[in-house]
Design a protein around this ligand. Structure first.
Ligand code: ADP
Length: 297
């Protein structure tokens, strides 16, 4: 169904009263270690919703790598193309959470930085057989570009989540169907003089070349630009506990439904329910819904 090409990180989370300045030490709460990384999150979220999902990526030969493999395997993700890089650490995100729930994050890509076009070539059979190839930008651009090219040439639908935001070549943008961005990523692509109204943002992004665009709007749902007029998709109202992973759950659910043949607005309506489900519980992968957990439309 869905092949995800992307990152695998251990999220190392410590609660603090305040952040240390240069040269300073502060004491924090107990360390929590969670499986994360946008690629792994999307693969887990898609599998939990019932997709056949495979992940193309890299971990290190270390405890974090084994933790991530275990969580991916438990969700039923196909790990035939998850390679181990000897001598490189598994990617980590060092996360401090302040008293107001505000995050500061340092990502050390580790093995993710070694994902390249060779890894895409090694996964050729899986990528060319996929209905949907899903990429984000936590692995190097040459790998993303190679996966999008291979997938598109084989007739797969290419979904690119522009996260973390970065400029990408026009030929990659042109293969996206859809390009998925939140408001910050949309604003990054459109620049300081770009539109701020979500519908205008979606239209302006579409003129950059992607075949379709989805702008996610947090509690306000999403905007889909695929036909002549942008379509607004609502999100169910839920009590938000922790929005970590909402975008990953949204994109994964979108990929699943596109793989099953939904039109983009219908897939986005389903995805908004998955995104909303993911904000009801703390963390990323632990909050991802099974089909029975989805809030009503
Ligand atoms: P990201 O996590 O990438 O910043 P968003 O915050 O836009 O992306 O969230 C992605 C999707 O998750 C939204 O389109 C929406 O469906 C759902 N979502 C996020 N936050 C909430 C919320 N507070 N209430 C309901 N749904 C939400």
């Amino acid at each position: 169904d869905v092949v995800v090409v992307g990152s695998v990180n251990a999220d190392l989370v410590v609660g603090v009263e305040r952040r240390p300045g240069p040269g300073e030490t502060v004491l924090g709460a107990d360390l929590a270690t969670h499986p994360g990384g946008k690629g792994a999150n999307q693969a887990v979220a898609a599998a939990r919703l019932g997709a056949r999902a495979a992940l193309v990526g890299r971990v290190g030969d270390d405890g974090h790598g084994r933790l991530l493999r275990a969580s991916l395997a438990a969700a039923g993700v196909d790990l035939a193309h998850l390679a181990t890089t000897p001598g490189a650490p598994t990617g980590v995100a060092l996360i401090t959470v302040g008293p107001d729930g505000d995050n500061s994050i340092i990502v050390s890509p580790g093995a993710n930085a070694r994902v390249g076009p060779d890894d895409v070539a090694a996964a050729r059979a899986a990528i060319t057989a996929a209905s949907v190839v899903s990429c984000q930008l936590e692995v190097p651009l040459p790998a993303v570009a190679a996966a999008a090219r291979l997938g598109a040439e084989a007739g797969a639908r290419v979904v690119l989540n522009l996260s973390p935001p970065a400029l990408v070549p026009d030929d990659l943008l042109a293969r996206c169907d859809p390009l998925v961005v939140n408001e910050h990523e949309a604003a990054f692509l459109l620049g300081p003089d770009g539109p701020r109204d979500p519908a205008a943002m979606a239209e302006a992004l579409r003129r950059r070349g992607p075949r379709s665009v989805v702008v996610t709007l947090g509690a306000d749902g999403a905007l889909v630009a695929a036909g002549p007029e942008p379509v607004r998709v609502p999100s169910p109202r839920v009590a938000a506990v922790d929005t970590t992973g909402a975008g990953d759950a949204f994109t994964a659910a979108l990929c699943l439904r596109l793989a099953r043949g939904d039109a983009l607005p219908d897939a986005a309506r389903y995805a908004a329910r998955a995104g909303a489900a993911a904000v009801r519980a703390p963390g990323a992968q632990g909050s991802f819904p099974a089909p029975g957990d989805l809030p009503g439309p």
